[in-house]
Design a protein around this ligand. Sequence first.
Ligand code: SF4
Length: 315
Amino acid sequence: MEKIKIGISSCLLGEKVRYDAGHKLDRYIADTLGQYFEWVSVCPEVEYGLPVPRESMHLVGAPDSPHLVTVKTGVDHTEGMLKWANKKFRELEKEELCGFIFKSRSPSSGIGGVKVYTSSGMPSKRGVGIFGGVFMQHFPLIPVIDDGRLHDPSLRENFIERVFVYKRWKEFMKKGGLIRDLIIFHTEHKLLILSHSPKHFSLLGQLIAGARRYKPEELHSGYIRLLIEGLRLIATVKKNTNVLLHAAGYFKKLLSADEKKELLEVIENYHRGYIPLIVPVVLIKHYVRKFDEPYLKKQYYLNPHPLELMLRNHA
Ligand code: SF4
Protein backbone atom coordinates (compact mmCIF):
# COMPACT_ATOMS: atom_id res chain seq x y z
CA MET A 1 0.00 0.00 0.00
CA GLU A 2 1.28 3.46 -0.90
CA LYS A 3 1.96 5.42 2.28
CA ILE A 4 -0.31 8.40 2.99
CA LYS A 5 1.37 11.79 3.46
CA ILE A 6 0.68 13.32 6.86
CA GLY A 7 2.14 16.49 8.33
CA ILE A 8 3.48 16.23 11.86
CA SER A 9 5.06 18.39 14.54
CA SER A 10 8.74 17.40 14.36
CA CYS A 11 9.21 16.84 18.09
CA LEU A 12 6.62 14.00 18.03
CA LEU A 13 8.93 12.03 15.75
CA GLY A 14 11.78 12.32 18.26
CA GLU A 15 13.55 15.29 16.64
CA LYS A 16 15.34 17.33 19.29
CA VAL A 17 13.84 20.68 18.34
CA ARG A 18 12.05 21.76 21.52
CA TYR A 19 13.01 24.92 23.38
CA ASP A 20 15.02 22.80 25.87
CA ALA A 21 16.67 20.75 23.04
CA GLY A 22 14.46 17.79 23.97
CA HIS A 23 11.83 15.90 21.98
CA LYS A 24 8.39 14.36 22.57
CA LEU A 25 8.75 11.09 20.68
CA ASP A 26 5.41 9.28 20.52
CA ARG A 27 5.91 5.56 19.94
CA TYR A 28 2.37 4.89 18.68
CA ILE A 29 2.79 7.61 16.06
CA ALA A 30 6.32 6.66 15.02
CA ASP A 31 6.04 2.86 15.12
CA THR A 32 2.38 2.01 14.43
CA LEU A 33 1.08 4.88 12.32
CA GLY A 34 4.51 5.18 10.68
CA GLN A 35 3.87 1.88 8.88
CA TYR A 36 1.05 3.53 6.90
CA PHE A 37 1.92 7.22 6.90
CA GLU A 38 4.78 9.08 5.29
CA TRP A 39 5.66 12.01 7.54
CA VAL A 40 6.16 15.60 6.47
CA SER A 41 7.85 16.98 9.55
CA VAL A 42 7.30 20.64 10.50
CA CYS A 43 8.73 22.56 13.47
CA PRO A 44 7.39 26.12 13.13
CA GLU A 45 9.70 27.64 15.74
CA VAL A 46 12.92 26.22 14.28
CA GLU A 47 11.92 26.66 10.62
CA TYR A 48 10.93 30.26 11.33
CA GLY A 49 14.50 30.80 12.50
CA LEU A 50 14.72 30.32 16.27
CA PRO A 51 17.69 28.39 17.70
CA VAL A 52 17.76 25.16 19.72
CA PRO A 53 17.80 25.55 22.69
CA ARG A 54 15.84 28.80 22.96
CA GLU A 55 13.82 30.80 25.41
CA SER A 56 10.37 29.27 25.95
CA MET A 57 7.30 31.10 24.67
CA HIS A 58 3.67 31.40 25.60
CA LEU A 59 0.49 33.00 24.30
CA VAL A 60 -0.66 36.29 25.78
CA GLY A 61 -3.63 38.59 25.18
CA ALA A 62 -7.16 37.84 24.01
CA PRO A 63 -7.81 34.08 23.68
CA ASP A 64 -9.16 34.46 20.11
CA SER A 65 -6.26 36.61 18.84
CA PRO A 66 -3.29 35.95 21.11
CA HIS A 67 0.35 36.91 20.62
CA LEU A 68 3.33 34.53 20.72
CA VAL A 69 5.77 36.03 23.20
CA THR A 70 8.97 34.82 24.90
CA VAL A 71 8.31 34.16 28.57
CA LYS A 72 11.20 36.08 30.19
CA THR A 73 12.25 38.77 27.71
CA GLY A 74 8.79 39.48 26.26
CA VAL A 75 9.86 39.40 22.56
CA ASP A 76 6.77 39.18 20.31
CA HIS A 77 7.23 36.64 17.48
CA THR A 78 3.61 36.68 16.22
CA GLU A 79 4.13 38.64 13.02
CA GLY A 80 7.32 36.82 12.03
CA MET A 81 5.71 33.45 12.62
CA LEU A 82 2.63 34.38 10.54
CA LYS A 83 4.82 35.60 7.65
CA TRP A 84 6.82 32.36 7.73
CA ALA A 85 3.60 30.29 7.91
CA ASN A 86 2.23 31.91 4.74
CA LYS A 87 5.40 30.96 2.85
CA LYS A 88 5.35 27.46 4.34
CA PHE A 89 1.76 26.91 3.17
CA ARG A 90 2.85 27.30 -0.46
CA GLU A 91 5.35 24.48 0.14
CA LEU A 92 2.80 22.32 1.97
CA GLU A 93 0.19 22.76 -0.76
CA LYS A 94 2.48 20.75 -3.05
CA GLU A 95 2.80 17.93 -0.51
CA GLU A 96 -0.83 16.78 -0.94
CA LEU A 97 -1.21 16.16 2.79
CA CYS A 98 -4.13 13.97 3.92
CA GLY A 99 -3.84 14.90 7.60
CA PHE A 100 -1.74 16.66 10.23
CA ILE A 101 -0.83 15.54 13.77
CA PHE A 102 0.07 18.54 15.94
CA LYS A 103 1.82 18.73 19.31
CA SER A 104 -0.79 19.49 21.94
CA ARG A 105 -0.62 22.54 24.21
CA SER A 106 2.15 24.22 22.17
CA PRO A 107 1.81 28.01 21.71
CA SER A 108 3.01 27.51 18.11
CA SER A 109 1.71 24.07 17.10
CA GLY A 110 -1.36 23.54 19.34
CA ILE A 111 -4.81 23.31 17.72
CA GLY A 112 -6.96 23.85 20.81
CA GLY A 113 -6.84 24.03 24.59
CA VAL A 114 -3.58 26.06 24.61
CA LYS A 115 -3.07 28.32 27.62
CA VAL A 116 -3.39 32.04 26.90
CA TYR A 117 -2.24 34.46 29.62
CA THR A 118 -4.77 37.26 29.75
CA SER A 119 -4.45 40.69 31.39
CA SER A 120 -6.39 39.39 34.40
CA GLY A 121 -3.40 37.15 35.12
CA MET A 122 -5.59 34.05 34.94
CA PRO A 123 -4.67 31.80 31.98
CA SER A 124 -7.53 30.77 29.70
CA LYS A 125 -7.30 27.34 28.09
CA ARG A 126 -9.20 28.36 24.97
CA GLY A 127 -6.18 29.26 22.86
CA VAL A 128 -4.93 27.89 19.55
CA GLY A 129 -1.23 27.92 18.64
CA ILE A 130 -0.22 30.55 16.07
CA PHE A 131 0.84 28.07 13.35
CA GLY A 132 -1.81 25.45 14.21
CA GLY A 133 -4.55 28.10 14.00
CA VAL A 134 -3.60 29.51 10.61
CA PHE A 135 -2.96 26.01 9.24
CA MET A 136 -6.59 25.04 9.99
CA GLN A 137 -7.84 28.24 8.32
CA HIS A 138 -5.70 27.68 5.24
CA PHE A 139 -6.45 23.94 4.89
CA PRO A 140 -9.97 23.61 6.34
CA LEU A 141 -10.56 20.15 4.80
CA ILE A 142 -7.37 18.45 5.96
CA PRO A 143 -8.10 16.24 9.01
CA VAL A 144 -6.16 17.43 12.06
CA ILE A 145 -5.62 16.10 15.57
CA ASP A 146 -3.10 16.60 18.36
CA ASP A 147 -1.13 13.92 20.19
CA GLY A 148 -3.31 14.29 23.30
CA ARG A 149 -6.56 13.58 21.45
CA LEU A 150 -4.87 10.85 19.43
CA HIS A 151 -4.77 8.74 22.60
CA ASP A 152 -8.54 8.86 22.99
CA PRO A 153 -9.78 5.75 21.10
CA SER A 154 -12.86 7.30 19.50
CA LEU A 155 -11.10 10.55 18.49
CA ARG A 156 -8.19 8.54 17.08
CA GLU A 157 -10.56 6.34 15.08
CA ASN A 158 -12.41 9.37 13.80
CA PHE A 159 -9.18 11.06 12.67
CA ILE A 160 -7.76 7.98 10.93
CA GLU A 161 -11.06 7.30 9.19
CA ARG A 162 -11.12 10.88 7.85
CA VAL A 163 -7.52 10.56 6.67
CA PHE A 164 -8.34 7.46 4.60
CA VAL A 165 -11.54 9.03 3.21
CA TYR A 166 -9.67 12.21 2.27
CA LYS A 167 -6.98 10.15 0.52
CA ARG A 168 -9.67 8.33 -1.51
CA TRP A 169 -11.26 11.69 -2.32
CA LYS A 170 -7.94 12.96 -3.71
CA GLU A 171 -7.65 9.82 -5.84
CA PHE A 172 -11.19 10.35 -7.12
CA MET A 173 -10.31 13.96 -8.05
CA LYS A 174 -7.11 12.84 -9.80
CA LYS A 175 -9.21 10.51 -11.95
CA GLY A 176 -11.16 13.54 -13.19
CA GLY A 177 -13.94 13.88 -10.63
CA LEU A 178 -16.70 12.72 -13.01
CA ILE A 179 -20.31 12.62 -11.80
CA ARG A 180 -20.60 8.88 -12.44
CA ASP A 181 -17.48 8.28 -10.30
CA LEU A 182 -18.87 10.57 -7.58
CA ILE A 183 -22.01 8.41 -7.45
CA ILE A 184 -19.80 5.32 -6.99
CA PHE A 185 -17.71 7.12 -4.33
CA HIS A 186 -20.86 8.15 -2.48
CA THR A 187 -22.43 4.68 -2.71
CA GLU A 188 -19.31 2.93 -1.42
CA HIS A 189 -19.12 5.31 1.56
CA LYS A 190 -22.84 5.06 2.37
CA LEU A 191 -22.60 2.99 5.58
CA LEU A 192 -19.50 4.87 6.74
CA ILE A 193 -21.22 8.25 6.37
CA LEU A 194 -24.40 6.91 8.02
CA SER A 195 -22.34 5.79 11.03
CA HIS A 196 -21.31 9.43 11.54
CA SER A 197 -24.30 11.41 10.39
CA PRO A 198 -27.49 10.21 8.67
CA LYS A 199 -28.34 13.91 8.17
CA HIS A 200 -25.16 14.53 6.16
CA PHE A 201 -25.74 11.35 4.15
CA SER A 202 -29.11 12.67 3.08
CA LEU A 203 -27.76 16.19 2.31
CA LEU A 204 -24.96 14.66 0.20
CA GLY A 205 -27.53 12.51 -1.60
CA GLN A 206 -29.57 15.63 -2.45
CA LEU A 207 -26.44 17.35 -3.77
CA ILE A 208 -25.67 14.41 -6.04
CA ALA A 209 -29.29 14.17 -7.22
CA GLY A 210 -29.00 17.74 -8.51
CA ALA A 211 -25.36 17.35 -9.63
CA ARG A 212 -25.95 18.50 -13.20
CA ARG A 213 -27.16 21.89 -12.01
CA TYR A 214 -23.69 22.76 -10.63
CA LYS A 215 -20.34 23.57 -12.20
CA PRO A 216 -17.85 20.74 -11.43
CA GLU A 217 -15.84 22.94 -8.98
CA GLU A 218 -19.03 23.85 -7.08
CA LEU A 219 -20.15 20.24 -6.93
CA HIS A 220 -16.76 18.97 -5.73
CA SER A 221 -16.23 21.67 -3.13
CA GLY A 222 -19.82 21.37 -1.88
CA TYR A 223 -19.56 17.58 -1.60
CA ILE A 224 -16.19 17.36 0.18
CA ARG A 225 -17.05 20.21 2.56
CA LEU A 226 -20.28 18.50 3.62
CA LEU A 227 -18.61 15.09 3.77
CA ILE A 228 -15.80 16.26 6.05
CA GLU A 229 -18.28 18.15 8.23
CA GLY A 230 -20.35 14.97 8.64
CA LEU A 231 -17.37 12.71 9.29
CA ARG A 232 -16.15 15.01 12.07
CA LEU A 233 -19.18 13.88 14.09
CA ILE A 234 -18.29 10.87 16.21
CA ALA A 235 -19.72 7.49 15.17
CA THR A 236 -21.65 6.65 18.34
CA VAL A 237 -22.73 3.17 19.50
CA LYS A 238 -26.32 4.02 18.56
CA LYS A 239 -25.42 5.09 15.01
CA ASN A 240 -23.11 2.09 14.53
CA THR A 241 -25.86 -0.24 15.78
CA ASN A 242 -28.28 1.14 13.19
CA VAL A 243 -25.69 0.63 10.45
CA LEU A 244 -24.96 -2.93 11.60
CA LEU A 245 -28.69 -3.78 11.62
CA HIS A 246 -29.00 -2.29 8.15
CA ALA A 247 -26.08 -4.46 6.95
CA ALA A 248 -27.54 -7.56 8.67
CA GLY A 249 -30.72 -7.00 6.63
CA TYR A 250 -28.81 -8.03 3.48
CA PHE A 251 -28.58 -11.59 4.84
CA LYS A 252 -32.25 -11.97 5.79
CA LYS A 253 -32.90 -14.65 3.19
CA LEU A 254 -29.42 -16.21 3.29
CA LEU A 255 -28.85 -17.09 6.94
CA SER A 256 -30.36 -19.97 8.89
CA ALA A 257 -32.54 -19.10 11.89
CA ASP A 258 -29.62 -19.88 14.23
CA GLU A 259 -27.15 -17.77 12.27
CA LYS A 260 -29.60 -14.85 12.19
CA LYS A 261 -30.15 -15.14 15.93
CA GLU A 262 -26.41 -15.21 16.57
CA LEU A 263 -25.76 -12.17 14.37
CA LEU A 264 -28.50 -10.15 16.07
CA GLU A 265 -27.20 -11.20 19.50
CA VAL A 266 -23.68 -10.05 18.61
CA ILE A 267 -25.04 -6.67 17.45
CA GLU A 268 -27.12 -6.40 20.63
CA ASN A 269 -24.07 -7.21 22.78
CA TYR A 270 -22.13 -4.46 21.00
CA HIS A 271 -25.07 -2.11 21.61
CA ARG A 272 -25.00 -2.92 25.33
CA GLY A 273 -21.25 -2.23 25.50
CA TYR A 274 -20.22 -5.85 26.22
CA ILE A 275 -18.08 -6.29 23.11
CA PRO A 276 -16.18 -3.94 20.76
CA LEU A 277 -17.39 -2.89 17.32
CA ILE A 278 -14.81 -5.07 15.61
CA VAL A 279 -16.74 -8.24 16.65
CA PRO A 280 -20.02 -7.66 14.74
CA VAL A 281 -18.03 -6.14 11.87
CA VAL A 282 -15.89 -9.29 11.55
CA LEU A 283 -18.99 -11.51 11.64
CA ILE A 284 -20.71 -9.45 8.92
CA LYS A 285 -17.51 -9.54 6.84
CA HIS A 286 -17.50 -13.32 7.20
CA TYR A 287 -21.01 -13.48 5.71
CA VAL A 288 -20.11 -10.97 3.00
CA ARG A 289 -17.30 -13.31 1.89
CA LYS A 290 -19.36 -16.46 2.28
CA PHE A 291 -22.28 -15.17 0.17
CA ASP A 292 -20.16 -12.85 -1.98
CA GLU A 293 -22.62 -10.06 -1.15
CA PRO A 294 -21.96 -7.54 -3.96
CA TYR A 295 -23.19 -4.33 -2.27
CA LEU A 296 -21.64 -4.82 1.16
CA LYS A 297 -18.32 -6.05 -0.15
CA LYS A 298 -17.69 -2.57 -1.59
CA GLN A 299 -18.67 -0.72 1.60
CA TYR A 300 -15.70 1.08 3.19
CA TYR A 301 -17.50 0.87 6.53
CA LEU A 302 -16.40 -2.77 6.73
CA ASN A 303 -12.77 -1.92 5.82
CA PRO A 304 -12.21 1.75 6.63
CA HIS A 305 -8.51 1.37 7.56
CA PRO A 306 -5.94 -1.43 7.94
CA LEU A 307 -6.89 -4.06 10.53
CA GLU A 308 -3.38 -3.87 12.00
CA LEU A 309 -4.15 -0.40 13.40
CA MET A 310 -6.35 -2.26 15.93
CA LEU A 311 -9.07 0.37 15.81
CA ARG A 312 -12.69 -0.44 16.75
CA ASN A 313 -11.26 -2.69 19.46
CA HIS A 314 -12.65 -0.85 22.46
CA ALA A 315 -16.05 -1.63 24.01
S1 SF4 B 1 5.69 21.80 19.57
FE1 SF4 B 1 5.92 22.58 17.49
S2 SF4 B 1 7.23 24.37 17.69
FE2 SF4 B 1 7.45 23.19 19.56
S3 SF4 B 1 9.18 21.86 19.20
FE3 SF4 B 1 7.39 20.69 18.63
S4 SF4 B 1 7.19 21.07 16.48
FE4 SF4 B 1 8.57 22.64 17.23
